[in-house]
Design a protein around this ligand. Structure first.
Ligand SMILES: [Zn+2]
Length: 292
């Protein structure tokens, strides 16, 4: 098991138009006692203040794709977010940060999702505990080279909290409160861990493993279909072979032609049109956790 986890970075506004994280961090800065836990030293950050002010995802490029080694070590970067990423990475390192919690929102119906980038036993154990105290929480796992570009990948431990559906630039009070509660649950769990509780009694976990990113059907750059209405807001629900996937502007249904059931997430995420992603397919896995 991992050692004590003392230094926590709690981050909002990595994307400037994701208001829940921005206003939660502002709240924690105004009322620091809310996030005080005896064994933790928690620093709060608003990552991209210029983008927050502009109410945009980013100014010049997506900050949350600038944390790759290549960018951080490149002396010739010029874009605002590329330089900002280096400053943030330095700050995270100078604070001896053990774990990053990066607060995001999505326009997809993903409820309360915790996104982990690897199968580190501590992430799985924590996920098992959190999903048992709140079954609404889902654990989503990425695994590809792309994830090394994310803010939470610069420390060994860390994850994103991704909540939705909420529109960009909008606050949803219900989701705000649920996200706030989730942050407290995470901090309580880390505090418990430091007091010697390894969550050994939590032995299994439902994990959604991202297996494929699906783009819209296109003619060149131009999109020629939309997410099918049957699929809208159906994140984490089974998509079976033959089920409707897209609807063309002429009204023709395009079906899912894979050979097995998948569980799509980030369905129709607004920020992913520019990235060529209509949704991510995941595989639903039941993981048995082996305690060390
Ligand atoms: Zn985001």
């Amino acid at each position: 098991m991992v050692e004590k986890i003392k230094n926590i970075a709690l981050v909002g506004g990595t994307h400037g138009n994701e208001m829940t994280g921005v206003y939660l961090i502002k709240k924690f800065k105004s009322y620091p006692h809310l996030i005080e836990r005896s064994s933790l030293d928690i620093k709060t950050f608003l990552a991209n203040s210029k983008a927050i002010e502009a109410k945009q995802r980013y100014i010049e490029t997506d900050l949350n794709r600038c944390f790759g080694k290549k960018n951080l070590e490149d002396g010739n970067t010029v874009l605002y977010e590329q330089i900002l990423a280096k400053n943030i990475a330095r700050k995270i390192k100078d604070n001896n940060t053990d774990l990053i919690v990066d607060l995001h929102t999505t326009t997809s119906q993903m409820g309360l999702t915790i996104i982990i980038c690897d199968g580190h036993p501590f992430h799985l154990q924590l996920g098992s505990y959190l999903t048992s105290i709140n079954p609404k929480i889902k654990i989503l796992k990425y695994s590809s080279a792309q994830e090394d570009l994310l803010l939470r990948s610069i420390t060994k431990l860390g994850f994103a909290v991704e909540v939705g559906a909420v529109a960009q630039g909008v606050l949803d009070a219900g989701l705000f409160q649920e996200t706030e509660q989730l942050v407290y649950s995470i901090l309580d769990a880390l505090d418990k861990h430091n007091q010697g509780d390894n969550f050994d009694s939590y032995k299994s976990l439902i994990l959604y493993q991202v297996i494929e990113r699906i783009d819209y059907p296109r003619d060149g750059k131009e999109i020629r279909a939309m997410v099918h209405p049957n699929l809208q807001f159906k994140d984490y629900q089974p998509l079976n072979p033959g089920d409707p996937l897209f609807l063309t502007f002429e009204g023709k249904t395009i079906s899912y032609e894979g050979d097995f059931t998948v569980y799509p997430v980030f369905i129709n995420e607004a920020a992913y049109y520019e990235k060529g992603i209509a949704m991510c397919f995941t595989e639903k896995q039941e993981i048995v956790i082996k305690n060390n």
